[in-house]
Unconditional design. Structure first.
Length: 205
């Protein structure tokens, strides 16, 4: 049976698509983006941020004037690297499909240059992931599935904000996502939540 949280994301994504489809074509700008995501888990101990890819399709919907809804669908690699003292500590790799919905303002410096700032919620669903353990003593290295084996919950949501610059059809952006959902499904004193900073470059069509 399909996970209820995944159904929620599909319904919201479909609703956003329908809303954009009914809008005037001139109010919609599609694009693509890609970059690197520096991820960690809130309240985790002895850990380092873990770099990973972020890529997706973007949709800018002009509400009125210089105000926009920035959305789309993106693949985001999150997780954490445990500090093993020798640079080869354990890793938690969490890969999500993510749907951001930001309210943004675009300030025009010139006809081809705009500064952009926005804030809003995001929803995410874990599509794959693994926990990698390094070899210690007589124990060999091994890994387990992060979501399928019940270590982490698939559903995540939180608040995101970002800023960037658009030069003609090219845009550069830095964004920060602060997770609000507890994602660890195992017994722990800490409630682990996602946190990440993404640096992306994109192209508008």
């Amino acid at each position: 049976m399909m996970n209820y949280s995944f159904k929620t994301i599909l319904i919201i994504g479909f609703s956003v698509a329908c809303l954009l489809a009914t809008a005037q074509e001139k109010n919609i700008i599609f694009g693509v983006k890609g970059g690197v995501n520096m991820a960690t888990l809130q309240d985790s101990k002895n850990t380092k941020s873990k770099p990973g890819p972020v890529a997706g399709i973007t949709v800018d919907y002009n509400i009125e004037g210089d105000f926009f809804i920035l959305s789309g669908l993106e693949y985001v690699a999150k997780g954490i690297k445990v500090d093993g003292g020798e640079g080869n500590g354990d890793r938690v790799n969490l890969n999500y499909l993510q749907l951001p919905v930001h309210i943004a303002y675009k300030y025009e410096l010139s006809p081809d240059v705009k500064l952009v700032a926005g804030i809003g919620p995001y929803l995410a669903y874990g599509i794959s992931g693994e926990i990698k353990y390094k070899a210690i003593g007589d124990y060999e290295a091994y890994e387990v599935k992060a979501f399928e084996d019940g270590a982490y919950k698939s559903f995540d949501f939180g608040l995101g904000l970002g800023a960037g610059i658009e030069v003609s059809r090219i845009n550069l952006r830095i964004g920060y996502d602060y997770g609000l959902a507890k994602i660890n499904d195992f017994q722990s004193i800490s409630e682990l939540k996602n946190s990440s900073i993404a640096f992306t470059a994109g192209l508008k069509f």
